[in-house]
Design a protein around this ligand. Structure first.
Ligand code: PLP
Length: 244
């Protein structure tokens, strides 16, 4: 059995090793993806020094945030965004990685409370071109970035992507390369970006080689997620790369 703290150290060591092969020399932040994990697991992680958590479902996140309001956690929303959830997201998160259309950007901007700093956002780009996946198309990025740039309550930080799952390492490289090119072309146009949110449990060492500044890691940190209905929460699940 390994503990959260062991896994945190392993992941940090893997990130450090991968950074040595990255031409970008970037700082890499670990975002712990805590969907389906109970508040107690986040609290335990926080005590190990992990302060950034990513959540995919608004209701689930709000419940955990209420239970953890005594901790200075940085909350990142990383799931698909429905219009009717923008207000709760704008009020309760520090970051949103999954902005993929103008309407959502506008609504987040309008709902961001004045007493909070601007919401830090990434545009989610759909590089795998599957109709079912969320994310802006590559050729929509520039317009969407321009739109966000005009919104005073949002701060555009960069791009996020979820490549189509693949066991093929060449394919993983190809997809991260594509996200990297999207990012570079926005920077060339003149957008002042500093965030590339790519890399999950199965592929984060490769993502770091392409300049990932945030890796979003769930199962490699918390253990495999059980199916929602049969979930048994356990803080010391053994490490596995299997997601389901
Ligand atoms: C679940 C999820 C992750 C983490 O996935 P793991 O494979 O468990 O590391 C990262 N990003 C997003 C958007 C997710 O939904």
């Amino acid at each position: 059995m390994t503990t959260f703290s062991d896994r945190l150290q392993d992941i940090a060591a893997t990130i450090s090793a991968a950074r040595l092969t990255s031409p970008y020399q970037q700082e890499v932040q670990l975002l712990a993806v805590s969907k389906s994990q109970p508040a107690a697991a986040i609290r335990a992680g926080f005590l190990c020094g992990q302060t950034r958590y990513g959540e995919n479902y608004v209701q689930e996140a709000l419940e955990k945030q209420a239970a953890l309001s005594d901790l200075e956690i940085e909350w990142h929303f990383i799931g698909p965004i429905q219009s009717n959830k923008t207000q709760a997201i704008a009020q309760h998160f520090n970051w949103v990685h999954s902005v993929d259309r103008e309407k959502i950007a506008q609504r987040l901007n309008d709902a961001r409370p004045e007493h909070l700093p601007p919401l830090q956002v990434c545009i989610q780009v759909n590089i795998s071109d599957e109709a079912s996946k969320s994310g802006a198309g590559i050729n929509e990025l520039e317009l969407l970035a321009q739109k966000i740039w005009t919104l005073p309550r949002l701060k555009l930080r960069g791009l996020m992507a979820i490549p189509a799952p693949s066991e093929d390492v060449d394919e993983q490289h190809r997809q991260f390369q594509q996200v990297r090119e999207c990012y570079d072309s926005l920077v060339r146009i003149g957008f002042d970006l500093d965030t590339l949110s790519i890399g999950m449990s199965n592929d984060y060492p490769i993502a770091v080689q392409y300049g990932a500044t945030i890796v979003r890691i769930g199962s490699a940190l918390f253990g495999a997620r059980a199916k929602k209905s049969t979930q048994i929460f356990h803080e010391n699940l053994p490490v596995t790369n299997k997601q389901h």
